[in-house]
Design a protein around this ligand. Structure first.
Ligand code: MN
Length: 304
């Protein structure tokens, strides 16, 4: 029940450590076994900030995606995206790479320079039934709207907030905001009561809706809130992601979002049989073999 006078208390979740590519450690907030999606946001990896050793970098070899959009928000460093549509695009700090997988795309991701710093958020957005088999597409968004509010610099990553609208094309009602400060900051953000939200700190520490938040943890806010106060005592950065609760049950497995095990298996078979279009050459990493689906427990997204 949505009751804007008495919003439900925030729920606190831990992110878990994971490894992507050859040896790039990240922190994964979504999916969480008790909270599979926030709006259509279905995946939230926080990478870094990391300083790679000389000669080292992030190299994720060719792999397929279906049924989702990958949304890369670059904070520090540069990553080169190459895909099966023939695109090659560097994503730089302050920019978003948005890849709409639809019925199927494959790509690679490599840090541009070895021995560099890297800090990014890698997000996925589940596509709704009407769009999930659309033709694949890719876009780089070099400039995003920014608004200064109470010492926070807010960048509108997706959807609309603070009177600004992000350029990324999305297919369900959602919002993404990055808020960064170089010192003490305090603001109250307007929320949509029909949206649920997640807050995750990327750097420093912040207090969101009265809850202290540090890297490695995130907060979930059920629908029903109209405002959120956010403050910090020193330099900090955090993400606010929200959206209308995603009405469809989804299966997430490896890099695929689908509705049935058979559909997942078909995509894995297509990948293993080389039926995806080849990715534009250039990655330093080998293609990723699909893990076996047999015997795996693939969980539906239903929140129960
Ligand atoms: Mn990918």
């Amino acid at each position: 029940m949505t009751d804007i006078r008495h919003p439900a208390p925030a729920q606190r979740f831990s992110a878990r450590a994971a490894v992507i590519g050859e040896d790039t450690r990240i922190v994964r907030a979504l999916p969480h076994r008790e909270r599979r999606t926030v709006g259509a946001w279905c995946f939230l990896d926080h990478l870094g900030p990391v300083q790679f050793a000389p000669g080292k970098g992030m190299h994720v070899g060719a792999h397929p995606h279906i049924g989702l959009q990958t949304f890369t928000w670059m904070i520090e460093g540069e990553v080169v995206h190459r895909d099966s549509l023939g695109n090659e695009q560097i994503v730089r700090p302050g920019q978003v790479n948005l890849m709409t997988a639809g019925r199927g795309i494959a790509h690679t991701e490599d840090s541009l320079l070895e021995g560099a710093r890297l800090h990014a958020a890698q997000l996925w957005i589940a596509l709704p039934e009407a769009q999930r088999r659309c033709a694949p597409a890719f876009a780089n968004h070099p400039e995003l709207p920014q608004v200064d509010t109470g010492g926070w610099r807010a960048t509108v990553l997706a959807g609309s907030a603070l009177g600004q609208t992000a350029p990324a094309q999305v297919y369900t009602p959602l919002v993404g905001l990055d808020l960064a400060s170089t010192g003490p900051a305090q603001t109250t953000l307007a929320l949509r009561p029909g949206f649920e939200y997640a807050a995750m700190v990327l750097r420093g520490a912040a207090t969101v809706a009265g809850e202290a938040l540090a890297p490695g943890e995130w907060l979930y806010f059920a629908p029903g809130r109209t405002a959120l106060e956010a403050r910090c005592d020193d330099a900090a950065q955090w993400l606010l992601l929200g959206g209308e609760p995603f009405a469809e049950d989804i299966l997430i497995w490896w890099n695929l979002v689908a509705r049935s095990q058979a559909e997942l298996q078909a995509a894995l078979d297509d990948w293993n049989a080389g039926r995806f279009a080849p990715v534009r050459a250039g990655s330093l990493a080998a293609p990723l073999p699909a893990p076996s689906l047999s015997g795996a427990r693939v969980r539906a997204s239903g929140q129960g």
